[in-house]
Design a protein around this ligand. Structure first.
Ligand code: FAQ
Length: 324
């Protein structure tokens, strides 16, 4: 917390006091401002993980671009996957303002040292998975990310505004895919329900561990990076899904799901946190495949990076000659 005792007040440097004042006033910290090392580190961790999630997150849907059931669906899916690449780039740019380079972040990802969202380690065997990803995964992303538009770090908060607008479109296209399937044949309805069954629990895990096992939450909330706890947002997400599931005609795969008037919360079955930990430690259904694909793409793109660097070198050489 930025609240301090009198003794601490005396010891605070002018820079620390200025930083605390920005946080207390709900204003924005900008790259030029002094900030505590731990604040900088936490932001680099969260923003780079978030950027990696967008980049790895292109793969499960990229898998369906060549097999989308119509030209219109294909065009929409391509646009969505391209949006995700764009989100990755805004986020990497925001992280770069904190002093880490894009190369360092990429290296951490392809070496397997960086985390990315657990959700992208699950397979996409049917077209209905495109609907379930849009509805559930983008839905969870919006719930988690709208409050990040008010994060205390300016470049992150501003990147999130545009990202959230695009995620809303993504969520609606997923909902519409599922709605179309649910209004189709019995086999299509079954395919939609099966996808919802497979993505529901992993989408709840996207919000992170329960509050009492979330080591970063308290400090991130004190710094106003996170505005709500993992469990609060998970509850909000369930509340959003319940009426939408009814409109779709799908069943959320939790027999214990019900609104509890006394607690003012949704009662649910226990989330399988062992599965979450397995996925985080690299042993999810698709972890190895996702990382290998990212490594291959990086190696295959080496010639593009070399050509761009050479072009930039020539441009700057020409500019210098023109000045001389
Ligand atoms: N997966 O103490 P906390 C998207 C890690 S983008 C993997 O609670 P924190 C768009 C956490 O990093 C989806 N790791 O941590 C899209 C920490 O590890 P560390 C990504 C997870 O940071 C849609 C440790 O566990 N969104 O979907 C996960 O306070 C469709 C302890 O956890 C963001 O990144 C997880 N699910 O809260 C793209 C949003 N949960 O670093 C394509 C921004 C936790 O200490 C298709 N991030 N961990 O070793 C956040 O809001 C936060 O970082 C949380 C975690 C809420 C994810």
């Amino acid at each position: 917390m930025t609240t301090t005792t009198l003794d601490e007040e005396v010891e605070r440097s002018p820079e620390e006091a200025a930083f605390d004042a920005i946080i207390d006033a709900d204003s924005r910290v900008e790259p030029r401002d002094w900030m505590p090392d731990a604040y900088r580190k936490t932001l680099i961790r969260q923003i780079s993980q978030h950027g990696h999630s967008e980049i790895i997150g292109m793969q499960p849907e990229g898998n369906w671009i060549t097999r989308a059931p119509s030209l219109k669906r294909k065009a929409i899916l391509m646009a969505k996957v391209q949006d995700e690449a764009g989100h990755g780039l805004y986020l990497y740019s925001a992280a770069q303002t904190l002093g880490i380079t894009r190369d360092e972040m990429t290296q951490q990802l392809i070496d397997g040292r960086a985390k990315y969202s657990s959700i992208f380690n699950y397979p996409t065997p049917t077209w209905a998975d495109m609907g379930a990803i849009g509805w559930l995964v983008d839905g969870a992303a919006i719930c988690n990310q709208v409050p990040l538009c008010r994060a205390s770090y300016g470049p992150y908060a501003r990147a999130m505004i545009r990202i959230c607008k695009e995620e809303s479109f993504h969520q609606r296209q997923g909902f519409e895919i599922l709605l179309t399937l649910m209004q189709g044949t019995a086999a299509q309805r079954e395919m939609a329900q099966d996808a919802v069954n497979r993505w529901y629990w992993p989408s709840l895990m996207m919000f992170g561990p329960p509050d009492d096992q979330s080591p970063n939450s308290a400090q991130s909330m004190a710094w106003k990076i996170k505005r709500f706890s993992n469990d609060e947002l998970r509850q909000r997400f369930i509340g959003m899904l319940v009426p939408q599931a009814e409109i779709l005609g799908v069943t959320l795969p939790d027999p214990n799901l019900r609104w509890n008037e006394d607690t003012g919360r949704w009662d649910t079955s226990e989330i399988d946190w062992d599965e979450f930990r397995e996925v985080l430690s690299g042993r999810g259904p698709c972890n190895a495949e996702r990382l290998q694909r990212r490594r291959d793409a990086h190696e295959d793109g080496a010639w593009v990076r070399e050509a761009a660097a050479e072009y930039a070198r020539k441009q700057s050489e020409n500019a210098q000659k023109a000045v001389a």
